[in-house]
Design a protein around this ligand. Sequence first.
Ligand SMILES: *Cc1c(COP(=O)(O)O)cnc(C)c1O
Length: 370
Amino acid sequence: MNDGTPASRFADTTRAVLTIDLPAIVANWKDLAARGAPGAVAGVVKADGYGLGAAEVGRALRAAGCRHFFVAQLQEGIALRAAIGAGPMIAVLGGFPPGADGDAGLVPVMNSLADVAAHAAATRASGVARRAILHVDTGMARLGLDAAERARLSADHSLLAGIELLYVMTHLACADEPAHPMNAAQAQRFAEACSDLPMARRSFANSSGMFLGPDFASDLSRPGCALYGINPTPDRPNPMRQVARLDAPVLQVREIPAGTPVGYGASWTAPRPTRIATVAVGYADGYLRSLSGKAVADFRGRPVPLVARVSMDLTTFDVTDLPEIAPGDRLTLIGGAGCSPDEVGARAGTIGYEVLTSLGARYARDYIRG
Ligand SMILES: *Cc1c(COP(=O)(O)O)cnc(C)c1O
């Protein structure tokens, strides 16, 4: 156990524990690396490794042989470089101005011709070629060169002069829906864009895209969510291993008569004599308030229904049918039976990605290192 806090904090029986299984992340990456071969497979560790700790995840993946990482923002890249050391490529999806990475040696993603011009000009000024990735938009309308910019670039490759173009990349909008016509349309547009830029390698699929077949293979796949146990094939059983588990302690168990309201807004009233277990996790910990009345926790394989509203620091569960539950016991709120991040997300009206990236800072973090 080591989250950088004194070991004694794990002895605090009133604090929830987030267990992060680094060997499971590595196993997921190796599965994906085999699937992406002969192309390379990166690790996407933006948003602090989808909430699970970019430094820890980055070091584990690097030790497993991962040579390419993606983050969203410059400061994430600088922190990741400090964590994993020199060597692997760290690309910043949002880009950054030339030189803003200091000596971290990051690779900017160029998302427009203006970005291309800035990096090309900096190269000319310094005489040192700059490595970069070019993002072409094929269907997101978010970042990346649009069709008009792509046409200007294909008519004048000298716009790239001096830039060492590592990859041309694009990003899929609907990869988790295999039958969606966007997928084939984006593959077609990407193939056209790449045929205009034959000197560069290609980076295409995210996690779900890696399951769409050979048209979505490339020199560098960019899985994120699947590393962390989110199902990249939502219409089929999850091929990935579970990675994160949140165990929260019961602070108190009380018996209430039928007719007793529970929690803010008195939104739930006990329909029968009920035992209520109050657990030390709330929406401030990323246990989303939209789970109010909707989630289940897992106690040794048995479902425990959440009742009433999730409040900031506390959540209540109906343990009438589990009389053995006592203060100090821990319920698994995320990562147990019936409460995978995907299932919690579905119950909250969101997706597993948001569940993971919302995980709070108050948990004791227990990294399994294998
Ligand atoms: C987040 C992101 C990924 C990873 O996506 P997942 O669906 O988590 O696998 C890949 N590429 C880009 C551009 C992204 O923004």
